[in-house]
Design a protein around this ligand. Structure first.
Ligand code: ADP
Ligand code: MG
Length: 387
C-alpha cells in the first residue's frame, strides 16, 4: 500500500490538495482511500458531501472517510481508561475530573493514526491519502509511536512483572488498583498498533509526507522546521506543494508586490527542499469544492506526473562505512548547531532538535562502540563510532 500524508500550516490547502490527489490517483485506476486525521474534519466539505467513520465512495474507485476517533477510543481502549480512572479515584481525584483526565491529550489523534495499520491489513487499498492536522499536531502525532515504544520497552515489562508478583499483596496493603490482564492486553495492542504504523510510515519506498505551503515567509519558515522534524523521526518528505501561486493571467498592478514576494519565496522553495520535488498550484478563481473542481485542480498540480509515484526516496537515517569507521547519518535539513543536542549510551543515541527528541536504538553494528565524533554539515548529522 502506498501511503501519502499531507501536512502544513493551518489554511494553506492541505485538505484540498489531499482530496484532489486522491481523485486523480483513482482516475488512474488505483483503489484509493482518502481519510483525515485532523479532528477538525473538513474533507467532506471539500468533496461537498457528508462523510463519516465508514469510507464511502466519492468518485469511481475513490473512497473517503473521517474516522470517528472518539468512538474508536471508547471501543479499543476502554480498559486502559477504566484503569486510569480507578488509579485517579484512588489518588483522590473525584470521578468527573478523573473522567476528563483519563482522556490523555493527543490520544484521539493516535487512534486516527493507528487506522493506517488497520487499512493496510485489510488489503483493499492501493493508495492511502491522509489529510493530517496542522503541522505541530502532525509532528507530535508522528513522533508518538516512537515515544511510546520507548516507554513501553522500559516501563511495561518491568511493571508487569512487578504487578504480577506483588499484585495480591499491594492490593491488600496499599489498595492501589493493579492493572489486570485486560489492561496489559490493551496496552500491548496499542503498542503493537503504533509500531505497525511507525514501520509503515518509515518505509520510504512506500510512504511519503508532502508539505503544503503558500509562497509566504512565515508559511515557508514553518515548513522548513517541519521538514527537519519529519526527517528526525525518519519520515521522508517527497514533495513540497506550493499552493495559491498567483496566476500569470492576473495582470492587475495591484498584485505586483504580491507577485514579486511570491516569486522570491518560490525561488527559496525550489532550491532548498531537495531532494523533495516542488509542485505548484495556482490560486483558483473561487473555492475548490466538488469533484470537478478537485479534478481540474489536481490536473494542473500534477500535470503528467503520477501523483502516487514516490517522488524522492532514501532513508533519512542510515549507517555508512568510512576508512573502517562506521558513521550514523541522520538527515536534518535546515537544523542549526545551537538547537541540536546529541547524547549516546551503549545502545541508544538521543538526538534533540529544538523541542523534539528521538531515541534511536542503535543497530547491532554500532552497539557498544564509542562515539568519536559528531558533526552537522549540509543538513546532515554525522555521528562517527570507533572501530
Ligand atoms: N489554490 C487554491 N485556490 C483557491 N482556493 C483554494 C486553493 N487552495 C485552497 N483553497 C481554498 O481555501 C480554503 C482552505 O483550504 P483547505 O484545503 O481546507 O486548507 P487546510 O486543510 O490546509 O486548512 C478552502 O475553502 C479551499 O477551497
Ligand atoms: Mg484541512
Amino acid at each position: 500500500m502506498r501511503t501519502i500524508l499531507f501536512t502544513g500550516k493551518g489554511g494553506v490547502g492541505k485538505t484540498t490538495v489531499a482530496a484532489a490527489t486522491a481523485v486523480r490517483v483513482a482516475q488512474r485506476g488505483a483503489r484509493t482511500l482518502v481519510m483525515s486525521t485532523d479532528s477538525a474534519h473538513s474533507l467532506g466539505d471539500s468533496f461537498g458531501v457528508t462523510l463519516g467513520d465508514r469510507p464511502v465512495e466519492v468518485a469511481p474507485g475513490c473512497r473517503a472517510a473521517e474516522p470517528d476517533a472518539q468512538r474508536r477510543l471508547e471501543r479499543s481502549w476502554g480498559d486502559i481508561r477504566g484503569y486510569l480512572r480507578e488509579v485517579m479515584e484512588w489518588a483522590g481525584v473525584d470521578s468527573i475530573e478523573a473522567d476528563e483526565l483519563s482522556l490523555l491529550p493527543g490520544v484521539e489523534e493516535v487512534v486516527a493514526l493507528t487506522e493506517i495499520a488497520a487499512i493496510r491489513r485489510r488489503g483493499d487499498v492501493d493508495v492511502l491519502v491522509v489529510d493530517c492536522a496542522p503541522t505541530a499536531e502532525t509532528i507530535r502525532l508522528l513522533s508518538l509511536p516512537d515515544v511510546l515504544a520507548w516507554y513501553m520497552a522500559r516501563v511495561f515489562p518491568a511493571g508487569r512483572r512487578l504487578s504480577r508478583a506483588l499484585g495480591p499483596v499491594v492490593s491488600r496493603v496499599a489498595r492501589v488498583p493493579i492493572a489486570d490482564d485486560a489492561v496489559f492486553a490493551s496496552v500491548e495492542r496499542l503498542y503493537a498498533d503504533l509500531s505497525a504504523v511507525r514501520d509503515i510510515l518509515r518505509d520510504h519506498r512506500r510512504s511519503s509526507a508532502r508539505l503544503v505551503v503558500n509562497p509566504e515567509k512565515m508559511v515557508v519558515a514553518e515548513a522548513r522546521r517541519t521538514a527537519t522534524y519529519l526527517s528526525l523521526f525518519g519520515y521522508r518528505v517527497d514533495a513540497v506543494v506550493a499552493n495559491r501561486v498567483l496566476p500569470d493571467a492576473l495582470t492587475d498592478p495591484w498584485f505586483d508586490s504580491w507577485r514579486a514576494s511570491q516569486a522570491e519565496h518560490l525561488e527559496t522553495i525550489s532550491t532548498s527542499f531537495a531532494p523533495a520535488q516542488v509542485l505548484r498550484a495556482e490560486l483558483a478563481a473561487g473555492e475548490i469544492v466538488g469533484l470537478d473542481a478537485l479534478g481540474r485542480f489536481a490536473a494542473s498540480l500534477y500535470d503528467d506526473l503520477d501523483p502516487s509515484a514516490v517522488l524522492a526516496t532514501g532513508d533519512p537515517l542510515r549507517v555508512r562505512s568510512e576508512h573502517g569507521r562506521r558513521i550514523l547519518e541522520v538527515e536534518l535539513p535546515f537544523a542549526t548547531k545551537d538547537e541540536l543536542d546529541v547524547a549516546a549510551t551503549a545502545d541508544e543515541l538521543f538526538v534533540r532538535v529544538g523541542p523534539y527528541r528521538r531515541a534511536i536504538f542503535l543497530p547491532d553494528s554500532l552497539r557498544g562502540r564509542e562515539v568519536v565524533n559528531v558533526a552537522l554539515t549540509d543538513g546532515t548529522l554525522r555521528v562517527s563510532f570507533d572501530r
